[in-house]
Design a protein around this ligand. Structure first.
Ligand SMILES: Cc1ncc(COP(=O)(O)O)c(C=O)c1O
Length: 389
């Protein structure tokens, strides 16, 4: 069967080799603990589930979603209220908000709605691998902008070659950052607006971890920066703050032209989010802020435990203040894959190799805190035993 050429350009999945090893170890009866995947294990709050069940019983909601691809007006209005409340950003729910099947969908449709074949699209290295896949599927040319610890993992625009900047029509950014955990700053946002305006580059600011921050870190929306709405669409999601990854609900906010373009792609691709899921989303945004605080406390506790163990085995570093990931330097300049393999072989613990996120991920591994406490404790015990001095 023919497979489209565009798919052959997408790099092979880097976890594949590890997956095979895990499957084999499990078949051999080894108790493997995965700290590799970022997916909250705690259930969605009960009131959200109740609202889904209640509204799913109404036959009105069994039909194509209201307002189809745009999302229900009531949902968009609630998103606008949430953005005002959480980030001080004013949005017009009619033209500046769109319901999404998760922020991942928005990344993909940003490319289809804004990028022409042959346009360069900037993304960070390390970065979220789905950006590259979306750029390639859309016929764009990905260009990796390195982000390094010495710059707090923020891109340095002056380092991007002028030729590339000239050809660039879009840029993906994501802070609090997967995989590094780094957070952006207001001065950086101002630079980003200036860079985008000066070079006619549309920003896709992917912000699904906006609510997962620690140690007094301010929750930020790029859209709170003067001029940001002229150059950017911001994606957000109910996945992480409300433990709703499987529900597939998120939002795109900001520049009305970009919103209209993404909406047109959706209009011709899917017919929007099940109304009952949107009602449940309204419930989450309106009434479940407590869950965000509860999860932040839980992740902070796990984070402290992991850092303590890492220190005991000689890995001492100052972690950035966002996301439920820890971006951990490997000991003694060991390669990322080597350390990942050692953790697996000596402790039956799976982590993500930094190189899965780009060449600048070399020298790091990513540990996720979305694992039950007892499993995390056991994983840390094993790591300490295997690598302790
Ligand atoms: C940077 C980034 N963007 C988007 C997503 C996808 O989120 P959603 O569930 O909203 O599609 C993830 C999920 O891990 C992510 O890390």
């Amino acid at each position: 069967m023919q497979i489209a050429d565009r798919l052959t350009k997408i790099p092979p999945y880097l976890f594949m080799e590890l997956r095979k090893k895990i499957a084999k170890a499990k078949a051999d009866g080894i108790d493997v603990i995965s700290l590799a995947i970022g997916d909250p294990v705690e259930p969605t709050p009960e009131s959200i589930i109740a609202e889904l069940c209640r509204t799913a019983r109404d036959p009105e909601n069994h039909r194509y979603p209201t307002d189809e691809e745009k999302g229900m007006f009531a949902f968009r209005k609630e998103v606008a209220r949430w953005y005002q409340d959480r980030y001080g950003v004013t949005l017009d729910p009619e033209t500046e908000v769109l319901g999404l099947i998760g922020s991942k969908e928005g990344c993909h449709h940003f490319i289809l709605g804004h990028i022409n074949p042959g346009d360069v699209v900037l993304m960070t290295d390390p970065g979220y691998p789905a950006y590259r896949a979306s750029i390639l599927i859309g016929g764009g040319i990905p260009y990796n902008v390195p982000i390094r610890p010495e710059n707090d993992y923020l891109p340095v625009f002056e380092e991007i070659p002028a030729e590339i900047v000239k050809q660039a029509r879009g840029m993906f950014l994501n802070y609090p950052n997967n995989p590094t955990g780094a957070c952006a700053t207001r001065p950086f946002f101002e630079k980003l607006v200036a860079f985008a305006k000066a070079n006619d580059i549309a920003i896709c600011y992917d912000n699904p971890y906006s609510e997962v921050v620690f140690d007094g870190q301010e929750r930020l929306s790029f859209l709170s920066t003067p001029g940001a709405k002229e150059v950017a669409v911001e994606l957000n999601s109910l996945s992480k703050p409300y433990n709703m990854t499987g529900w597939r609900i998120g939002m795109a906010c900001g520049n009305p032209d970009l919103i209209a373009a993404i909406s047109k792609v959706k209009e011709n691709t899917d017919s929007g989010i099940f109304n009952a899921v949107q009602y449940a989303g309204i419930q989450a945004l309106r009434h479940e802020t407590g869950n965000i605080d509860h999860m932040a406390t839980l992740y902070a506790r796990r984070r402290a435990k992991v850092l303590k163990t890492l220190k005991k085995i000689g890995i001492d570093f100052n972690p950035p203040k966002g996301t439920f990931y820890l971006w951990v330097p490997t000991p003694g300049k060991m390669g990322s894959l080597e350390f990942t393999n050692l953790l697996f072989e000596k402790a039956a613990v799976v982590v993500a190799s930094g190189t899965a996120y780009g060449q600048y991920g070399e020298g790091f591994i990513r540990i996720s805190l979305t694992v039950p406490d007892d499993r995390l404790d056991l994983a840390l015990e094993r790591i300490e035993k295997a690598f302790g001095k």
